[in-house]
Design a protein around this ligand. Structure first.
Ligand SMILES: [Zn+2]
Length: 68
C-alpha cells in the first residue's frame, strides 16, 4: 500500500506539520486545511502571488510517495 505525505516545511513555512494520507487528494486536502487554519497570512500572500491551480501544482510536486 502506498502512503503519501507533504511537509509544511517543504512549502516554505517554518512548521513541523506533516500531512499524511492514502491518496494525493487526501494529503492535499489535509495540508490545505492545516495551512488555512495555522498559516492564514502565508496562505493569503501565496494566493495573491499565484493562481489556485499553480498552488495545487506546487503542492503536488512536493508530495512524497512511499510504500507502507
Ligand atoms: Zn504548518
Amino acid at each position: 500500500m502506498k502512503m503519501y505525505s507533504l511537509k509544511c516545511m517543504d512549502l516554505g513555512i517554518d512548521c513541523q506539520y506533516v500531512a499524511e494520507g492514502k491518496s494525493e487528494e487526501e494529503v492535499m486536502e489535509m495540508a490545505k486545511e492545516h495551512a488555512m487554519r495555522a498559516h492564514p497570512e502565508e496562505m493569503k500572500e501565496k494566493m495573491d502571488q499565484y493562481t489556485e491551480e499553480e498552488l495545487d501544482d506546487t503542492m503536488k510536486e512536493k508530495i512524497k510517495e512511499e510504500e507502507a
